[in-house]
Write a protein that binds this ligand. Structure first.
Ligand code: CP
Ligand code: NVA
Length: 319
């Protein structure tokens, strides 16, 4: 994580691009915006009037698209939705897309497969580029998730989050962010589905500086013991559809159900970034049950990304 303090003009490709203090600043802005929006469904002072965000989607989305688009509108700005047939290599190079967009919009959000495409876009564009999911990371998701955890428990230090399933993009961002903020982030994964080594090395470095911890295992019931958060995600991420059957077999024992939650801490909550595959990685009983924090975490995508946009675009602190 970096130590500089101004977020204006910065890219967000990885949660590790942010210092712990910068995360706290985004959270403070998000919390203010959330309180105001919850009370009145609008903001008395619009922090981003006339500002525009281009959103490049090379994969489907519900939450990311709607929360960024609604968020920009609520802040007084505007978002432009672009699909894969219009952008990033299909019609013109990443470099040329960057050179056009930077002259017209104030920021770019990108959802794509290869992380390198987002990195290249950020290198070429003079305006902030936000990673809206790559195969390596989903930083906006993790920022909203950890905000949700802090809201629920009032603390992060030493709190145990057990991720059950694939060592994927969502796990990577949670591991980096949780480790940087002093959490114990565990992963129960089937053999062969370990996370990226370089991410784990970086997360361990961050944990060493914060008092956080990373733990790995293959047995979900052992890994969730004492955990206050049990988190899961799809067994097959977007772009891996050819592996669906093989993954269904490999992950069959990695379902979050009430019995697994019973093996965790008494105050446990279940989280899922969504979209969920009910009956696969999570049961409907858990999703719709009293221990679910899933809908709060989904809503917080809106508030946290609004906080992020205000900080990156220099919209000034909300009233
Ligand atoms: N969690 C998430 O990013 O959802 P979408 O894929 O619907 O954007
Ligand atoms: N790991 C999932 C997250 C979806 C929001 C994917 O990449 O498809």
């Amino acid at each position: 994580m970096r130590s500089s303090s101004s977020l204006v003009g910065r890219d967000l490709l990885s949660v590790a691009d942010l210092s712990a203090d910068e995360v706290r600043r985004i959270y403070a802005t998000a919390a203010t915006l959330k309180a105001e929006f919850r009370a009145t469904r609008r903001h008395a002072v619009l922090p981003l009037p006339g500002r525009t965000l281009a959103m490049l989607f090379q994969k489907p989305s519900l939450r990311t698209r709607v929360t960024f688009e609604a968020g920009m509108a609520q802040l007084g700005g505007h978002a432009v939705y672009l699909t894969s047939d219009a952008v990033l290599g299909a019609r013109e190079s990443v470099r040329d897309v960057a050179r056009n967009l930077e002259r017209v919009v104030d920021a770019i959000m990108v959802r794509t497969g290869p992380h390198e495409v987002a990195v290249e876009l950020a290198a070429q564009a003079d305006v902030p580029v936000v990673n809206g999911l790559t195969l390596r990371e989903h930083p906006c998701q993790a920022l909203a998730d950890v905000f949700t955890i802090q809201e629920r428990f009032g603390r992060l230090d030493g709190l145990v989050l057990a991720f059950v399933g694939d060592g994927n993009n969502v796990y990577h961002s949670l591991a980096l962010l949780g480790a940087a903020l002093g959490m114990e982030v565990r992963l129960a994964h089937p053999p062969g589905y370990a996370p990226n080594d370089r991410i784990v090395t970086r997360a361990r470095e961050l944990a060493a500086g914060s008092g956080g911890r990373l733990v790995f295992g293959h047995d979900p019931s052992a890994v969730v013991r004492g955990a206050s958060v049990v988190y899961t995600d799809a067994w097959t991420s977007m772009g891996q559809e050819a592996e669906t059957e093989e993954r269904r077999d490999a992950f069959a024992g990695y379902r979050v159900d009430d019995a697994l939650l019973d093996a965790a801490a008494p105050d446990v909550v279940a989280m899922h970034c969504l979209p969920a595959h009910r009956g696969e990685e999570i049961t409907s009983a858990v999703m719709d049950g009293p221990r679910s924090l899933i809908w709060e975490q989904s809503e917080n995508r809106l508030h946290v990304q609004k906080g992020l946009l205000v900080e990156l675009l220099g919209g000034g602190a909300p009233a």
